[in-house]
Design a protein around this ligand. Structure first.
Ligand code: KG4
Ligand code: ZN
Length: 345
């Protein structure tokens, strides 16, 4: 029985996981708090985590029908993330682990996203017995990564973004269009009734055979385009067309590079996780292109796309099952921890 905590950015989350089964997954989102600033304010995020942590953890245990005495282990996100926000959750988990005399697993946030597509069903259960080697796209507000996963806990990063993450690009484009934060879901909603070929935006690095991404040029070209056409985004239908065209550019780059990498590497399976995988255009196009190339596709369940503690607990259990015990380095937060470093047992 594992209690997991996740506080790397702007969600305070606690979950109870038992033998691969998610017994509870409570998420207190701070989106409304940060919306008026147009982005996450680290100091506010930390204060909110401190306020919410104990009630959220208590609720996770109540929903699972357990108390602290039933816990066999603790898990918490060590990094990467906002330093003080990470410390809020990690220190709480450390305190609990110490008082209960239980081990604490320090978990890599991206690694937790990486394995979340293997959790499925209702109730949500980890399906690592069905694991197959895959090419994985992790795409959210803070990260855009292509990772080759050869076996559970054996993976290598092939490439990532050189500047903005895809979610950041959605959010910044939305801000230029005058939409509320976070902009990704707003663009997705408006794009549904827009024309994706109404405007042509660049698809950075799409033809480049490497595994890197770059989205800041796209954002800049949107800014110049809007400066050249003042008032365009005030027309409701043109706004929808702009959203659809921007979304099409981002999705095209993500899908083309992911599918090409999978085919070049000869893997039969593609997985995708992170907040941006909630995007309906991405889900649709990735599914269509994977089907065309006979690639099996696993995308995280919608409730596990954005940051949550369930994926942290499931990964901690996977580490435990694979025989990894916490080491002294599990006892510190690691805000700048890169996925390539030291994640295999
Ligand atoms: O994984 P996540 O919750 O947090 C990070 O670790 O960053 O991802 C949040 C990101 C935000 O940039 C948000 O705009 C984006 O995911 N996002 C979306 C959609 N839903 C969330 N982007 C595009 N379309 C969506 N439907
Ligand atoms: Zn994340």
């Amino acid at each position: 029985m594992i209690l997991a905590l996740e506080t790397s950015c702007d969600e305070t989350s606690a979950a109870v996981v038992h033998e691969g089964r998610i017994l509870s997954n409570v998420v207190a989102s701070q989106i409304r708090l940060h919306a008026e600033y147009g982005g996450v304010v680290p100091e506010l995020a930390t204060r909110e985590h401190l306020r919410n942590l104990i009630p959220v953890a208590r609720r996770a245990m109540d929903e699972a029908g357990i108390g602290p005495a039933n816990l066999d282990a603790l898990a918490a996100t060590r990094g990467p993330g906002l330093p003080a926000a990470l410390r809020a959750g990690f220190t709480a988990a450390q305190g609990l682990a110490l008082s209960l005399g239980r081990p604490l697993f320090g978990i890599h946030h991206h690694e937790a996203h990486l394995y979340s597509p293997w959790i499925e069903g209702q109730p949500l259960v980890a399906q690592f017995d069905r694991f197959e080697p895959n090419l994985s796209l992790i795409v959210s507000g803070g990260h855009t990564l292509l990772v080759q996963v050869t076996a559970p806990l054996e993976h290598r990063v092939l490439g990532g973004t050189l500047d903005d993450a895809a979610g950041e690009c959605f959010d910044k484009a939305a801000k230029l269009l005058g939409l509320a934060y976070p902009g990704g879901p707003q663009i997705d909603r408006l794009a549904a009734e827009g024309d994706p070929v109404a405007f042509e935006f660049p698809r950075p690095l799409v033809s480049d055979p490497n595994h890197d991404f770059s989205f800041s040029g796209l954002k800049t070209s949107i800014r110049y385009f809007l400066q050249k056409h003042p008032g365009l985004a005030d027309d409701p239908q043109r706004l929808r067309d702009l959203c659809a065209s921007i979304q099409a550019a981002v999705v095209d780059v993500l899908v083309t590079k992911t599918v090409r990498a999978a085919r070049n590497l000869g893997v039969g399976c593609v997985t995708a996780s992170g907040g941006v995988t909630l995007n309906s255009g991405l889900r649709r196009d990735l599914a269509a292109r994977c089907e065309r190339h006979r690639l099996r596709l696993r995308i995280s369940a919608p409730s596990l796309c954005t940051d949550n503690a369930a994926m942290v607990g499931v990964l901690a259990e996977l580490h435990q099952v694979q025989g990894r015990s916490p080491t002294p380095s599990d006892a510190e937060v690691a805000p700048g921890w890169a996925l390539a470093e030291d994640v295999s047992p």
